[in-house]
Design a binder for this molecule. Structure first.
Ligand code: CA
Length: 223
């Protein structure tokens, strides 16, 4: 559960915001002064801070500055006047965003979620190339999906990917992908190409069509 500190002295505004946040399963702590906000921040280290700017003791901008001395917590300002927005932007306080009053609590929740998503480190993405060969793990992906290949299918596809565009005869392919090529027949290659295309087609029609038949010659992979 993510914890959110809300520093807002107008109880009506605070109440609707707290209700919206708790509905979205955030754990909310509400205080009405900047001093209490700072104290809570230091003792509880919340995951997010929503700060009103016009507070009774000192301003949300000052509070933000104090928080920034010790933390990079995401901060969203609540502002009532355009002049306050200018201040936020001008002071470069390291605030993540602001919303102007009156606001819809749902919009604030959406903004908070967006900021939290933005702050997360990006997850490593699987290669999304049509075909990608990771030689160290001897695995081939199609549009980011790992292909479940037999040893022969893998060696065939790896042979093609080494030299895209090159035409391989059936004999050459047997030589490359079979330990004992003499025992296999030309038809064996055709059967494996067929099953390879079927596996590629599960992920992408374009990928299946990269393995082209060159009549009377053999096969080539054309990317
Ligand atoms: Ca206020």
């Amino acid at each position: 559960m993510l914890s959110i500190l809300v520093v807002e002295d107008e109880s009506a505004i605070a109440d609707t915001l707290i209700y919206a946040l708790e509905t979205e399963k955030f754990e909310v702590t509400h205080v009405s002064t900047a001093a209490d906000g700072l104290e809570h921040f230091q003792s509880h280290d919340p995951d997010f801070a929503v700060l009103d700017i016009g507070l009774p003791d000192y301003t949300g901008l000052d509070l933000c500055r104090r928080i920034r001395e010790v933390s990079n917590v995401p901060i969203l300002f609540l502002t009532a006047r355009d002049s306050e927005i200018d201040q936020i932007l001008g002071l470069e306080l390291g605030a993540d965003d602001y919303v102007t009053k009156p606001f819809s609590p749902r919009a604030v929740v959406a903004r908070i979620r967006a900021i939290l998503r933005r702050g997360k480190p990006e997850e490593p993405k699987a290669p999304t190339a049509l075909l990608h060969h990771a030689t160290d793990t001897m695995s081939i992906t199609c549009c980011g999906n790992l292909l479940d290949l037999t040893a022969h299918e893998y060696k065939l596809l790896a042979t093609f990917l080494e030299k895209p565009g090159r035409v391989f005869t059936r004999d050459q392919l047997l030589e490359k992908a079979w330990d004992d090529p003499g025992s296999a027949m030309d038809r064996t290659i055709d059967a494996h190409i067929k099953s390879l295309r079927a596996k590629l087609r599960q992920h992408s029609e374009d990928a299946a069509e990269t393995i082209q038949t060159r009549r009377g010659l053999g096969y080539a992979l054309v990317l």
